[in-house]
Design a protein around this ligand. Structure first.
Ligand code: PSU
Ligand code: MN
Length: 306
């Protein structure tokens, strides 16, 4: 096995799985601390880890703890993170050196989780939704560093597409420019998180975990930088149709503008407002799609390892 970076702190279970070449799936911690409220966040994080194990892979939830890049959290660490919630730092890639130097704790976004996963040798990562190009980005320049990271770090991210709080056509364009393959899993449509369809087409369609693993192996064998986005639609029974959630999203966006929410507070604010406005229905959808993505991530990791 290759030498591990000295700033990494692997759990015994993750270290063992990596040493044996067993499948491992990275999981992010911003969705736990900032994406869902206590106590649903802890319950979901535990269920997501269990779903990965059921499919035969080892879950590796990633966070920064005391300045160490923690890969694989025990239940005490996961509980502490969930309970701390929004009081945790939200760390994107550019924040990691600060958190390491000052020995801080922080939750990692998709971008930061990808970077740390790659340092540990993990290639598959499952989450809910990625960040992307925000509506009004032509004025605000608010484009998530998740896109940048997908363009340069070799980790495949399984997500339910990207949320309609974003500018989805612009997000797909930005992914294309960054050289990121975007795969509709079992669908021709690019999914929009709560909804199975966004009205946009997925650039590529694949139907099996084996084909996804083969595509990833091909990309990396060719020596191309960056990862891929596996867009996995929410299970039909939990979907909130685009026509139904559209007005809620518009109203959450208007609230953000009115309250002057900016920068890294935007995504958590919008998610929270949508949960309030749908009286929890969007939370149930969010939980269902994360579990679905965890299972697919594990199946891809198993296919890639086998
Ligand atoms: N989308 C979700 N739930 C989340 C996030 C995105 O449905 O919790 C989080 C992820 O951690 C993602 C981050 O990386 O928000 C994007 O934040 P920003 O837009 O500030 O880059
Ligand atoms: Mn942003």
């Amino acid at each position: 096995m290759t030498e591990l970076h000295p700033d990494l702190l692997l759990s015994p279970a993750v270290a063992d799985a990596l040493a044996r070449g067993r499948p491992v799936v990275a999981l992010e911690s911003t969705i736990v601390a900032h994406g869902m409220a206590w106590p649903a966040n802890l319950d979901t994080a535990r269920r997501v880890e269990a779903a990965v194990r059921e499919e035969g892979a080892e879950p590796a939830t990633i966070a920064v703890l005391g300045g160490r890049l923690a890969v694989g959290l025990d239940d005490a660490a996961l509980s502490a993170l969930a309970q701390a919630g929004p009081s945790m730092l939200k760390l994107s890639t550019h924040d990691i050196p600060y958190a390491v130097a000052l020995r801080r704790d922080g939750a990692t976004t998709v971008a930061a989780t990808m970077r740390i996963a790659a340092m540990a040798g993990i290639r598959i990562f499952a989450t809910g939704g990625i960040g992307g190009v925000h509506r009004g980005a032509q004025e605000s320049f608010d484009i998530s560093a998740d896109i940048t990271e997908l363009g340069r770090t070799p980790v495949a991210v399984v997500s339910a597409g990207a949320k309609a709080i974003l500018d989805l056509p612009a997000t797909l364009e930005a992914l294309e420019t960054a050289g990121v393959p975007v795969i509709g899993f079992g669908t021709d449509a690019f999914p929009a998180f709560y909804s199975r369809e966004s009205g946009l087409k997925a650039p590529i369609r694949l139907d099996t975990a084996r084909d996804v693993a083969a595509m990833l192996n091909a990309k990396w064998r060719l020596g191309f930088p960056g990862g891929a986005l596996i867009a996995n639609p929410i299970p039909a029974e939990h979907e909130i149709a685009k026509s139904e959630i559209g007005a809620t999203i518009e109203s959450a966006l208007a609230d953000a503008v009115r309250q002057g929410i900016g920068g890294k507070a935007v995504t958590p604010f919008l998610l929270g407002r949508i949960v309030e406005m749908t009286a929890g229905r969007s939370l149930a959808a969010n939980i269902a799609l994360v579990l679905n993505n965890a299972r697919l991530g594990a199946r891809i990791a198993v296919a890639a390892a086998g």
